[in-house]
Structures are given as structure tokens and as C-alpha cells.
Design a protein around this ligand. Sequence first.
Ligand SMILES: [Mn+2]
Length: 361
Amino acid sequence: MNNLVCISDCHLGYRHRFKTQRLRHYLNAFNDAVAKALKCEPDVILFAGDLVHHARPDPVTMRRIIKTLVQLAEKTQVVLCIGNHEIEGHLSTTYTPIYTDLHKNIHVLTSENPMVNIKLIGREVNFYGFEYTRNSRIAEKKLLELSRTIKSGFNILCLHQAVEKYLSPHEISIKALREVSGKYNLILLGHVHKPQPIKEVFDITPAYYVGSTERISFNEAENQNGILLFRNLDPAKPEFIKVNSASMKAVKENLGKKTPEEINQWIEKIIGENLNFDLLQIDLNASIDGDFLNIRHDWAEQYPKFTILDVNINPLSEENAFKMEKITASEETIREYFQKTGLKNPELEETCVELYQKYGN
Ligand SMILES: [Mn+2]
């Protein structure tokens, strides 16, 4: 059996919404992905880019990656793509190729080194690819030139790029990808976080977005997190293996006309129904029958068990429910603000009033 496991977009070191707990989530998902990959008894593990979130990762993240890569390389071959998050914007530099110095079984695909040959039992596998390339014209040109060099064997194209229709803006058009697809036995892509086949080229060559191990925004709430296993290098039938990631839910509702009290109750109810999630976002459109400031805003403090609890009320202005009226600032309006927002900080309140009295005119 020649088994290939693909892991992508781990985004290690991302302190999502400045939450330290989120750092742990990315690490836990990565550790789980690696453990599950090893269980598959892989001959090769491919990381399809964005292993880290920042081009210059923090030392704790860097150390974890180095340790893990070396551990993996003791057991299997490791191939890495370079994602956009791993490239320093203005200088276009990246740490990723340094990983090749850690172990002879660690390989990184770059423009300078766009092919990795791995000899498996009874089979030669060639991985082709280059670092994330933002300019579409250059990316397609590189892809075309690379594809002219293809040798015999089992050839896998590995890129961290946006393909047309899968992300906007894209760097690789469907036309360009179709043009080269026939050269490869399998195409594996990172960058789009939803795991899915690239159906537009599937009639030529099986192609997939691997997906991510941990979500980086509420837009990804519906995505599954996992890794792809190609048993015996069968390109058409990968196994999707779920990875334990933080649970996320995004609720979007249109409430119509509601009083602030009704909106507060509505939010309370939604939160109550979703207490088991780590990350919850509530987006409500409402035309507010009353004072916007009477809608509670301290939900995250009320429910500290959520790693992220994000409540957004978008006032609809069509019924004049939310009208901006011109209020002249005064000592009273400042005190009213503190009272209505429930901001219990008498010291700050007095300071604001004092400053107003001093500079307000
Ligand atoms: Mn990316």
C-alpha cells in the first residue's frame, strides 16, 4: 500500500479575535490531524500550505512545528507547499524552505525547486508545485512552464492557489488548469478552506481542495474540517477523515419590528439553544421600536464560556425605527450614556464629565 495523506491550512499561531484559547484550538486541531494522519500509515504526508497564520510565527508555534515535522520525517516523507500566509508581503520572503534543513525526508516545493521525487515500493511519485503566487498572469505562466517538464511516473500537482469559481479574486483560471490537468494523475490544492473536488477538471484528472483543520472566520461555520487520505494512491477515491476542531455556529435572522426588550429576549433564547458551541455568532436584522441603546451589548461578558460570542444587531432604517437625532452633548447626556449602556465605572464617568466641563465648549 502506498498511502498519501494531505493536510492543509492549519493556520497555527492565529490568535483569532485576540483570544488565547483560539491559539490552543489551532494547535489541538493540528495535533489531531497529525495523529490521524499517522494512523493511516502514510508513505507521504503533504501539507498544502498555510501551516502557519503569520509569515513570522511566534516562537512557541515555530517550535511545535519543527518538533512535529521532525517526528513525522522519522516515519514518513513530508512535502510542503508554501501558502500566502507564509510569505512576507513586501519582501516575498518565507521561512518555509528552511524546514528542508531539519531532515532529509522534508521537502518544500518552490519555484527554484518545483519537483520532489519520492521512490515508493514499486512506484515513483513526483510532486510538482511552487509557492503561492499572487499575480494571476505570473501564476498561470509558472504553471504552464512547470507542466512542460513533467516526467514519467505518478505525478501530483500541489498548489496553494485560488482557482476560478472557488474564490474571488482567483489566480488560476479553469481554462489554464484544464490545459495542464492531463499531465498529472492527481491535483491537490490548498487555500480554499472548504474541502471539495474541483469538478471543472475532474473529467481529465481528479482534483481537490483539501480543506482546513480549524476555521478562521464565521464565514466558514458550515465547512467541515479534516484531512484527505489516498489509499494506495487511488486518485479517484480519497477518504475524508474528520479532524476535531472548535465547534462553530453562525445564526442570521430577520426579526422585523421589535422592541429592544424583545430583541434582548430573542438573543437570550438563541444563546440558550447554542450553549454547547465554542464559537457563536448571532447576526440580527431588526427595525427597532425604541432606543437602540436599550439593546444589551455585554453578551460576551454574560456568557464567558464561549470562546467567541459575537452578537450584531443591524438596525433597519426603513420604518424610521432608527433615526439619528442631533443631540447636544451635556453633562446629562454623558451620564445618560453611562446609565443606558450599563457601563458601571463611576470613576470613568466622573472623568468624562470633568473633561467635558473643562474642554466641552
Ligand atoms: Mn491561504
